[in-house]
Ligand binder design. Sequence first.
Ligand code: HEM
Length: 195
Amino acid sequence: MSMKADFSETFEGVTKLNELTEQDWQVLKEVVATTKDWGPAIAKRFYDQLYTYEPTAEILQAHERETREKSLLDWYEKLVSGEPGDSFWLDAWIVGLIHIRAGVPNFYMLGMVTSVKDAFAAKCRETFEPDLALRVSTSFSRIMDTVGAIIAEGYTSGIVGGMERVGLSAPLMDRMRGVIVTRAINSLRGGDSDP
Ligand code: HEM
């Protein structure tokens, strides 16, 4: 499958199941005058965490903090505007590929998706009355979860799909995958074979 087709299938599948709709963007749009101002604190907290945890600090060694923070802030502002533009989701997919190149595993990325959601929800609770806080943080969460799914799938598609796209036979890859994962499952569950 082409990468664009992989992307479309992922976007359609995740948003069908998590029920992300235009209404979620509308909710964010209504409060952007407030939520935009939270960007610098959220970006700082994000990189405080990543630059103080040794394994992620190591990945970020080659990257200037100021540039990374600015990039996250621009992305956050686009998201909370409620009008992120046509390329927002394809860009998230491309972040998955950029993360492969930068050596950023998905478990760190997904840890930070939760962290950003928590920070945003806390700000909502401090700022808005309870009903609005819940509505805004729920829409933000749904969008962040979709971002996480798309970055993760872009990453997987970049590696696994990439092998097929450079010419490895898809049926052969399927058979190899079947054998390898069966061995791994048996081994991890205490069977004989070694993954
Ligand atoms: C909520 C999770 C995350 C989001 C939404 C996110 C988003 C992004 C975005 C928007 C970019 C810029 C892509 C571009 O240049 O167009 C980027 C790049 C990058 N991210 Fe992430 N990221 C996340 C998690 C992480 C984590 C956990 C790390 C490190 C452990 C990380 C490390 C990097 C690095 C090093 C780059 C720059 C790569 C390069 O320019 O070569 N990211 N990310």
